[in-house]
Design a protein around this ligand. Structure first.
Ligand code: NAD
Length: 251
């Protein structure tokens, strides 16, 4: 690998929220960034905004739960830019239903996006990372993986199950893909995004009281830690899980 070679990152769920902040941050750090998200104006605008700043960016429109489509998108990025240095698995959906309310289809969809989507992208890009003997994968999980959803949280047990699965995947792949590829996870706490806006608006003071750092998190609070895991040199971390939650779940 030459020192001047372009760095490349793929970020899923990058049209808004935490994923968008990750794409912006890695782009500002000099990465060419492929933004994967559902088709629509938000994805196009995110890509155009980066290009308008003279950065290299491309849109990968599709559903992360579609295995075949994700493999094709991975091949497309590799064909465009030659290699991928970093994968940020972030695309996720909330699941507010309890066990007594949820249908089989809703359970399947929660797992398909929040867990299988991460598998799909690891499967698409890890072979090229291994062949190049270099790569970083960062998986966005949630504090709910460790704590179960708080009574006030939007999501319930199915989301927690998928997010706990992401931690198992992170630790399993950290061992399987070592030493070439480092695989770490981040567990955000209460971060203000479209996913959580309604809940935060209705319970902001209650939520802030549970956070030692005294404020709701921002997408950039997570993105700076993603950037650290993607770029830190020398790197001596893999299979690690970092809480980015303002101390909310300190126990
Ligand atoms: P968000 O809803 O603002 O953004 C999620 C993005 O993922 C959206 O752009 C959406 O279109 C995309 N997406 C959803 N399903 C997709 C699919 N099937 N295929 C492709 N793209 C898809 O949410 P956010 O708050 O930015 O969350 C990002 C990640 O962080 C999620 O994995 C979420 O579970 C996790 N997280 C968020 C919080 C929080 O407080 N916001 C806390 C813990 C964990």
């Amino acid at each position: 690998m030459s020192g001047n070679e372009r760095k490349v990152a793929v970020v899923t769920g990058a049209a808004r929220g935490i994923g968008l902040a990750c794409a912006q941050r890695l782009s500002a750090a000099g990465y060419a960034v492929a933004l994967a998200d559902q088709p629509g104006p938000a994805l196009e605008q995110a890509v155009q905004a980066l290009r308008a700043q003279g950065r290299q960016a491309l849109a990968l429109a599709g559903d992360v739960s579609d295995h075949g489509a994700v493999q094709a998108q991975g091949q497309y990025v590799l064909a465009q830019w030659g290699h991928v240095d970093a994968l940020v698995n972030n695309a996720g959906i909330s699941q507010p239903k309890t066990l007594l309310e949820i249908s089989e289809a809703e359970w399947d969809r929660t797992i398909a996006v929040n867990l299988k989507g991460y598998f799909n992208w690891c499967k698409a890009l890890a072979p090229a990372m291994l062949a190049r003997r270099s790569g970083r994968i960062v998986n966005i999980s949630s504090v709910s993986a460790n704590t179960g959803a708080a009574p006030s949280a939007v999501s319930k047990f199915a989301y927690c199950s998928a997010k706990a699965g992401v931690l198992g995947m992170t630790r399993g792949l950290a061992k399987e893909l070592a030493p070439a590829v480092a695989v770490n996870a981040i567990c955000p706490g209460s971060i203000r995004t479209d996913l959580t806006e309604q809940l935060i608006q209705s319970r902001q003071d209650d939520i802030v009281r549970t956070i030692p750092l005294g404020r709701i998190g921002t997408p950039m609070d997570v993105a700076v830690v993603v950037e650290f895991l993607v770029t830190v040199e020398p790197n001596y971390m893999t299979g690690e899980v970092i809480d980015v939650d303002g101390g909310q779940w300190v126990n």
